[in-house]
Design a protein. Sequence first.
Length: 346
Amino acid sequence: LQELQSSGRGRFLLEHAAPFSAFLTDSFGRQHNYLRISLTEKCNLRCQYCMPEEGVQLTPKSELLTAQEIISLARLFVKEGVEKIRLTGGEPLIRPDVVDIVGQLYKLEGLKTIAVTTNGINLARLLPRLKEAGLTAINISLDTLVPAKFEFIVRRKGFHKVMEGIHKATELGYRPVKVNCVVMRGFNEDELLGFVDFTKDLPLDVRFIEYMPFDGNKWNFKKMVSYKEMLDTIKQRWPELEKLPCETSSTAKSYKVPHFQGQISFITSMSEHFCGSCNRLRITADGNLKVCLFGNSEVSLRDHLRSGASEEELVQIIGAAVGRKKKQHAGMFNISQMKNRPMILI
């Protein structure tokens, strides 16, 4: 006990004697109750800011987590206090066993939210089954409302499928359906008002994400549109825009045009980081734990699982990684110089 009292982390844990796992609490008192799991590195689109044009070297299938391994790790995290799991990729809905994985996660006691982030191409087709399996929340990536522009940025067809997916999600009762829009100067900043208008008759939360100006170390600040600038543009058209209250661990600043069904949010990854309230951890498709999206340190949970580590050992390994999490990420300029995986592989 004395040892606990002497360390900052220990003091925090004693003062906040809520039964939240010590293993998932870092030395800054952040409780990690949100886990993102990548189901695949593959994608059926080739978005310009995510995937290098030449593609990426995919990990051999045998080195990716099996459905069983995903569930085993999820069970461990949920036991330690994770309440929300988001399935990501690549594109998670191209994994053939995705419905089964959602169904297995749904059985984990203590898990409150099972979410997916998808490009929407396969959504309309799969959503009825996903909903039945227990999927509770949906984020759909869509950067433009202009079909030709969509094809330019994703280097594929499919705009109408995404729209069909968004409407299907609202029909099936998802509230709100989150639509993620990365705003890039010279590409889609002229569509801000169109996206706000999109929330008029649909229960959407359109989330404008500041473009992170590093693609393969090619710096591009000129493409970044800050949240303040976006807000100004929108307020010129809708001066009555009102700010909504938000949760502490939220990464989004939310607003609403009165009488619109939906709302809009800004994710200020670049202009105002939200490291202080970060509550998320990530597992990559090949089974590595990343405690920070922009940090390059990773621990292979897959290797420990496969070499027969006990549950207790795994929890210790996870706890040690969480304990090493830094106060905040390195800042924009340093991030661009770091060796890290391309987004598609995180």
